[in-house]
Write a protein that binds this ligand. Structure first.
Ligand code: PEP
Ligand code: MG
Length: 615
C-alpha cells in the first residue's frame, strides 16, 4: 500500500518520539503560563482539542463549489499559521519535549501542504458535492482506515499515523466551523478546561459551577477572554506553551491562577501542596469578605469609590457580595454574543433593567457596543455584518466608529438605556473615542432619541443620563482637554490604552512580555487625561484591569483618581489596600514614579511600596 508520503518521511524520529511521548504523558510535568484569574483548581483535564463532536454532514449545491473550496483554503491557511506558531514556541519547552513535538508538528505541516488529504478533500467537494468539513472528515477517515489496514507489523506506528491524519482533520474542522466549544454541556463537573485558544464569546458560555479551571496555550493577561474568566471567577492560566500537546483528556491537573503554574499528572507532593493552597485561598476569602461592610476610605478619610465591571448578568450576585458601589463599566457586548439575531430595543431594555434593578439605586454605567478588535466578531449575532474585520481590526471600525456608521444600532441602545433611567441612576459611556467630533455626533443622535421618546409620550427623568467618553487610545488621552469639553465624564480604559500606546496586542501571548501598563508612556497619558478631567471638575475613573490590582492603588490615588472600577472579585483586596493608605504618601509616591523613564524601575518602585513608608 502506498502510505501517506509526508508521514513516511518523519516516521523514524516520530516513532522515537512516540515512545518518549508515552512515558512523558504518564509523568508529572510542570508548565508555566500567564496567570489571569486567581484561585487554585484541581481536577481532570477536559481537552477540547480532542473533542470528537459530530460535525453535521452537509451536501452543497453545484453553485457553492467554489465557495467551499475557498472556505477550505482559508481553514488550511489558518491551520498552517497555528502549527507554525506552535513550532516557533517550542524553544521555551524542555529539550526532551522539543524533540518529541518537533517531528509531530512537521508531519502536521506537511499534511497541510499539497497532501493526499487536501487533494482528496477538494475532489470530494467537487465530485461528491460535500461541504468542506464533510469532505475533509471523509477523506481523513478513508486515509486513516487505509493506513490501519496496511500489512505492517508496526501496529502502534500505524495507529499513530492514522491518529495524525485524524488530528489534522479535527484542526481543519475546528477552523472551518469556528465552534469548538459550543457543546460544553457534557463536560464532567469539576473539570479543568484545556484548549489551544478560547475566544471571549466561548468563555462567556462557561458555567463556573461545572468548570474548576481553564488553561490554554494562547492568550494574554488583559485580553477579553482573561477579563471574562476573571468575571466568572474561574481560576485560569493562559499563554501556557506546550499545554495541549502535553496533556490527554482525563489526566489529573492542578493550576494556580495567581502564579501561572500548571502541573500535569501531579504526584502526591504536588497534589498535597495544591490542596493546602486551596484551603489557604478559601481562608483568605472568608477574611476578605469581612471587609464588605467597611467603608472604602483611606487612613486620612479620603473616600475612594470602588465600582464593579460587569460582563454578563450572571455576575450580579458576585457584585452584591463584593460590596461594589455601583457599576463603573457594563460591557454590553455580552448581549450580542452567541445569538443569531441582533437584540432589539426591547431585548436591551430588559437586560439593562435587570441590572439597574439589581443595583437598587447605585449608579450603573452602560457602555454602548464596543464591537471589533479582538472581540470575536464571528461569534456575535449573525444578523449584523460588520463592514469588515479588515486586515487590522484593532485599528479599524471599532467601538464608536462602527456605531456612528450604523446609527440605528446606537439609537436602539440609547433608547433602551434612556427607558431604563427611570429605574435607577445610569450613565452612558462611548468606547474607542479618538476625536471630540465623535462625542459631538453621538450626542446629536442621543438628543434625537430623547426627542423621539418624548414624542412617544415617555416620561424621561429630569436629569438625563450623562454621556461619557472612554479614554483608551493615546490620541484621546492627548486630546483629553478637547474631549472634556464635549463629554460629561471620563473612564480611562488602561487595557486598550496600553495596547495602543505600546503597539502590543493585549491578547497575544507572543508579545505578552512587552504588554506593560506601568510603562511610563502609558502612565504619562493617564496622568495627562486625569489632570484634564480634574481641571474641568469632571468625574474620571479608571476601569481597565489596572484598577483591580491592589499593588497599583497607591499610584492611581497619587495621580488623582478617586474612582476605580474592576472585576467584582478584586474589590475586597483593593479596599484593603485603600484602607491602609494615606493620600499624601500616595501623591508623593506618584510624583516619584512619574520622574522615572525606565519601566523596570517603575515596577521595582511599585512592588516595593509599603503603606506608611512609601517606596
Ligand atoms: C479598556 O480598554 O481598558 C477597557 C476597560 O475596555 P475593554 O477592556 O472592554 O476593551
Ligand atoms: Mg477598551
Amino acid at each position: 500500500m502506498k502510505t501517506e508520503k509526508n508521514t513516511e518521511k518523519t516516521e523514524a524520529p516520530a516513532k522515537a518520539a512516540e515512545r518518549r511521548a508515552v512515558s512523558r504523558r504518564t509523568r508529572e510535568a510542570e508548565l508555566k503560563g500567564i496567570p489571569v484569574s486567581p484561585g487554585i483548581a484541581i481536577g481532570a483535564a477536559f481537552d477540547t482539542t480532542e473533542t470528537e463532536e459530530e460535525t453535521p454532514r452537509r451536501s452543497i449545491a453545484a453553485g457553492a463549489i467554489e465557495g467551499e473550496k475557498h472556505r477550505l483554503a482559508d481553514a488550511v491557511s489558518r491551520s498552517r499559521k497555528q502549527v507554525a506558531k506552535l513550532k516557533s514556541r517550542l524553544a521555551v519547552l524542555p529539550e526532551e519535549a522539543q524533540e518529541e513535538l518537533e517531528p509531530l508538528l512537521d508531519a502536521y505541516a506537511l499534511m497541510l501542504g499539497e497532501s493526499r488529504l487536501l487533494r482528496g478533500a477538494r475532489r470530494r467537494i467537487v465530485e461528491e458535492l460535500l461541504s468542506a468539513e464533510t469532505a475533509v472528515n471523509d477523506e481523513a477517515e478513508a486515509i486513516a482506515q487505509a493506513i490501519l489496514a496496511a500489512k505492517d507489523d508496526d501496529k502502534p506506528g500505524l495507529k499513530r499515523r492514522a491518529g495524525e491524519v485524524r488530528e489534522i482533520a479535527r484542526r481543519l474542522t475546528r477552523n472551518l466551523t469556528s465552534t469548538p466549544f459550543r457543546s460544553l454541556k457534557d463536560v464532567p463537573v469539576g473539570s479543568i478546561l484545556v484548549a489551544e485558544e478560547l475566544t471571549p464569546a466561548d468563555a462567556a458560555l462557561l458555567d463556573p459551577s461545572r468548570i474548576a479551571g481553564v488553561a490554554t496555550d494562547e492568550g494574554g493577561a488583559d485580553g477579553h477572554t482573561a477579563i471574562m474568566l476573571r468575571a466568572l471567577g474561574i481560576p485560569s492560566v493562559l499563554g501556557c506553551t506546550g499545554l495541549t500537546e502535553g496533556v490527554a483528556r482525563g489526566d489529573a491537573m492542578v493550576l494556580d491562577g495567581a502564579t501561572g503554574q500548571v502541573v500535569l499528572r501531579p504526584g502526591p507532593a504536588a497534589l498535597g501542596k495544591a490542596r493546602a493552597a486551596l484551603a489557604a485561598h478559601a481562608r483568605e476569602r472568608t477574611k476578605l469578605s469581612k471587609l464588605r461592610r467597611l467603608p472604602s476610605v483611606t487612613q486620612d478619610a479620603e473616600e475612594v469609590e470602588l465600582q464593579a465591571n460587569l460582563e454578563i448578568p450572571a455576575e450580579l450576585p458576585l457584585i452584591a457580595q463584593a460590596g461594589a458601589q455601583g457599576i463603573g463599566l457594563l460591557r454590553t457586548e455580552f448581549l450580542f454574543m452567541n445569538r443569531e439575531t441582533l437584540p432589539d430595543e426591547d431585548d436591551q431594555f430588559e437586560a439593562y433593567a435587570q441590572v439597574v434593578e439589581a443595583m437598587a439605586g447605585d449608579l450603573v454605567t452602560i457602555r454602548v457596543l464596543d464591537w471589533g478588535g479582538e472581540k470575536d466578531i464571528e461569534a456575535l449575532a449573525e444578523g449584523f455584518e460588520p463592514t469588515h474585520a479588515g486586515t487590522n481590526p484593532a485599528l479599524g471600525l471599532r467601538g464608536i466608529r462602527m456605531l456612528l456608521k450604523r446609527p440605528e444600532l446606537l439609537e436602539a441602545q440609547f433608547a433602551a438605556i434612556l427607558r431604563v433611567a427611570e429605574k435607577g441612576p445610569v450613565r452612558i459611556l462611548l468606547p474607542m473615542v479618538t476625536i471630540p467630533e465623535e462625542v459631538r455626533q453621538a450626542r446629536e443622535i442621543y438628543d434625537r432619541v430623547i426627542r423621539r421618546l418624548r414624542r412617544r409620550g415617555l416620561n424621561l427623568p429630569e436629569k438625563l443620563p450623562p454621556l461619557g467618553a472612554m479614554i483608551e487610545t493615546p490620541g484621546a488621552a492627548l486630546a483629553a482637554d478637547a474631549i472634556a469639553l464635549e463629554a460629561d465624564f471620563f473612564a480611562i480604559g488602561t487595557n486598550d490604552l496600553a495596547m495602543y500606546t505600546l503597539a502590543v496586542d493585549r491578547a497575544e501571548s507572543e508579545v505578552a512580555h512587552l504588554y506593560d501598563p506601568l510603562h511610563p508612556a502609558v502612565l504619562r497619558l493617564m496622568q495627562f487625561a486625569t489632570e484634564a478631567a480634574l481641571r474641568m471638575r469632571m468625574p474620571v475613573s479608571v476601569c481597565g484591569e489596572m484598577a483591580g490590582n491592589p499593588r497599583l492603588v497607591p499610584l492611581l490615588l497619587g495621580l488623582g483618581i478617586r474612582t476605580l472600577s474592576m472585576n467584582a472579585s478584586a474589590i475586597p483586596r483593593v479596599k484593603q489596600a485603600v484602607r491602609s493608605l494615606k493620600i499624601d504618601d500616595c501623591a508623593r509616591f506618584a510624583r516619584r514614579v512619574m520622574e522615572q523613564s525606565d519601566p523596570k524601575r517603575i515596577q521595582e518602585l511599585v512592588m516595593g511600596f509599603e503603606a506608611g513608608g512609601g517606596a
